[in-house]
Design a protein around this ligand. Structure first.
Ligand SMILES: *[C@@H]1O[C@H](CO)[C@@H](O)[C@H](O)[C@H]1NC(C)=O
Ligand SMILES: *[C@@H]1O[C@H](CO)[C@@H](O)[C@H](O)[C@H]1NC(C)=O
Ligand SMILES: *[C@@H]1O[C@H](CO)[C@@H](O)[C@H](O)[C@H]1NC(C)=O
Ligand SMILES: *[C@@H]1O[C@H](CO)[C@@H](O)[C@H](O)[C@H]1NC(C)=O
Ligand SMILES: *[C@@H]1O[C@H](CO)[C@@H](O)[C@H](O)[C@H]1NC(C)=O
Ligand SMILES: *[C@@H]1O[C@H](CO)[C@@H](O)[C@H](O)[C@H]1NC(C)=O
Length: 542
């Protein structure tokens, strides 16, 4: 069955274009920032909400013992395919929000909402053959069903906001890449059911259990509730919504939103592990992704690629995902190390609230970590360093630093590991080149430094220096625009020129223990130590 599908698809691709397109390093380089951000946002509600048009597919392992929730009309598990939520509040919404006419229709029609009203996801709404059970007054009771995985199971993760039933691009990877010939509508329940069924037909052939997607909360489309891999832990009878004394609709909505917002930085609880080594992304392929909507030119679309190209990606994915899992490198860990090193630093450098001195300090400390100081006559050096291009050497050190971690498993790398490495290297080279470019601008602006000087002369206070700092700030801002890290869209507790302070030995005053808060850079000095020496007035020992 699988090989038939593959044959059909590759036959189409072969007819349309002689050579199917393949993932390649040029595309990985051209889309480096997108790939970096997709890895950073995988399984995280924040970045996946902002970059909601997903371009990627990743196999993920859902851990044995993970609890999942389902809002249903019955205490019994659904039959066949149904939706599960990662958060209680997400599923509870489907236990409570049940408003039906008192007289049950013979065949319930759930597709009545016309576009553009948003579709209701069929969590708990499609399982019943005869419609939900009602009391004599026609009122429906819901049940919160809890399930637990009995083994580690494989899921297909469709990244971005893949469960957002919207025409602005969130469904492109499903409806235009996995199933480019699909004729279902984006806006109704029937379309969603057909989409889910088609994906389940595809992945159950590989022995996988379901599909993971995100809307307001992560969900699993579980393909078969008869599976031994899912244990029905409990069903708790819900209250009848009409029995409430007061309409509490907004309470449900904010509770749901707040619960899900706790997953901005990740699903947590070791519930999901992503196999980045098997990631298949539209960003790896030479395709056109420009949006044609003049109102949203910023939104990239997989739909913009040609049908032949989309078929090629789908065929590549079906072939690759039938292979065993790899998990060679946790690329998200590498990306996190890079983001946490540079996100706040670049934000501070871009801010006009940060003085020229601090700007130079931020820049200099970032670059000089990688720059070997000139040797003095009495230095013990193993080799003479005359003639070496120290800047080139430092840029190389800077841009390979965080990727060294990944090298241990290099002999086992997949093509995807290699492509991700190419993308992350390109991002690091961009950052490091810009840092050293700014350094050379500032060095040039300091007139009394000789050509081999390596400190920027902060005592120079003139127009040239002012201009060089302004120019450098523009470089930082441009860099940030291009990198487009979602961390910079997140409101921060502290300003760019402050640090959130706790007593971290040897530093910290009493207020940092009793009232931890934001402390301006210039108040975080060597003498900020009162918390650790409450009874003594002694000179610093350390
Ligand atoms: C998809 O549609 C195209 C053109 O509409 C057609 O040529 C092709 O056979 C279809 N492919 C599949 C896999 O059904
Ligand atoms: C990409 O698609 C856009 C919109 O359809 C089009 O204007 C543009 O010329 C295309 N670019 C390439 C390189 O084909
Ligand atoms: C600069 O700091 C002031 C006071 O802390 C703040 O109101 C302002 O928004 C900051 N400006 C920028 C560009 O960050
Ligand atoms: C050293 O390398 C840097 C960065 O590649 C380059 O801009 C510079 O021109 C090189 N300097 C010399 C003297 O070759
Ligand atoms: C490479 O893969 C093999 C087989 O899965 C594994 O035993 C080995 O530890 C891996 N090597 C590295 C360096 O990760
Ligand atoms: C640098 O930028 C500041 C603030 O944007 C501006 O007031 C100043 O005139 C600029 N200096 C030069 C030399 O361009």
């Amino acid at each position: 069955m699988k090989s038939l599908t593959l044959l059909a698809i590759s036959a189409v691709a072969a007819k349309a274009s002689a050579e199917p397109i393949r993932p390649n390093h040029d595309s990985a380089k051209a889309n480096a920032n997108h790939i970096f951000n997709a890895i950073h946002s995988a399984g995280r509600q924040w970045g996946s909400s902002l970059n909601h048009n997903g371009f990627g597919f990743m196999p993920v392992t859902l851990s044995a013992g993970t609890l999942l929730y389902h809002g249903g009309y019955s205490k019994d598990p659904p039959k066949g395919l149904e939706w599960l939520a990662f958060e209680v509040e997400h599923a509870e919404n489907f236990v409570r929000v049940v408003r039906h006419p008192p007289i049950p229709p013979k065949t319930p029609d759930y597709g009545e909402q016309p576009p553009p009203s948003p579709p209701q996801k069929p969590l708990g709404q499609l399982e019943t053959d005869d419609g939900p059970a009602r009391d004599p007054e026609g009122r429906v009771r819901g049940y919160l069903q809890t399930y637990q995985t009995t083994h580690d199971v494989q899921l297909l993760y469709v990244d971005g906001s893949g469960a957002a039933k919207s025409p602005i691009g969130t469904l492109d990877s499903q409806d235009y890449v996995l199933f480019p010939n699909s004729s279902w509508e984006w806006y109704n329940i029937q379309g969603e059911m057909k989409r889910a069924t088609a994906m389940c037909d595809m992945i159950t052939k590989w022995g996988w259990a379901g599909i993971m997607r995100m809307e307001i909360g992560y969900e699993v489309i579980w393909c078969d509730f008869k599976s031994d891999f899912l244990h029905h832990e409990s069903s708790v009878r819900g209250f009848i919504p009409e029995d409430r004394l007061k309409d509490e609709d907004f309470i449900n909505t904010y509770l749901w939103t707040r619960a899900v917002a706790e997953r901005y930085d990740g699903l947590g609880g070791d519930r999901v592990k992503v196999d980045f080594s098997s990631m298949v992304s539209g960003f790896f392929f030479p395709i056109n992704i420009s949006n044609t909507d003049p109102e949203r030119p910023d939104l990239i679309r997989l739909k913009a690629a040609t049908l032949e190209h989309r078929l090629d990606i789908g065929a590549y994915l079906r072939k690759d995902f039938a292979e065993p899992r790899r998990f060679n490198v946790n690329w998200q860990g590498v990306v996190d190390m890079i983001v946490t090193r540079f996100s706040k630093r670049l934000a501070a450098m871009a801010s006009t609230n940060v003085s020229t001195d601090v700007f130079i300090g931020e820049l200099e400390r970032a670059v000089l970590s990688y720059y070997e100081a000139p040797s003095l006559p009495d230095d013990v050096t193993l080799t003479a360093d005359d003639g070496k291009n120290k800047t080139a050497e430092a840029i190389d050190r800077c841009s390979t630093h965080y990727l060294k971690f990944t090298q241990l498993s290099r002999q086992n790398w997949t093509l995807q590991d290699d492509l991700i490495h190419t993308a992350l290297s390109a991002v690091m080279q961009h950052i490091c080149n810009d840092l050293f470019l700014m350094r050379s601008l500032l060095l040039q602006a300091a007139p009394d430094t000789s050509s081999n000087a390596y400190f920027i002369n902060k005592n120079v206070n003139n127009d040239e220096m002012d201009k060089a700092v302004n120019q450098s700030r523009a470089i930082v801002r441009n860099l940030m625009d291009e990198l487009a890290w979602t961390t910079w869209k997140k409101p921060q507790l502290c300003a760019e020129n402050e640090v959130l302070m706790t007593p971290m030995w040897p530093f910290g005053n009493s207020e940092d223990y009793y009232n931890p808060g934001c402390v301006p850079f210039n108040e975080i000095t060597e003498d900020r130590r009162s918390y650790w020496k409450p009874h003594e007035k002694r000179p610093r020992d350390f």
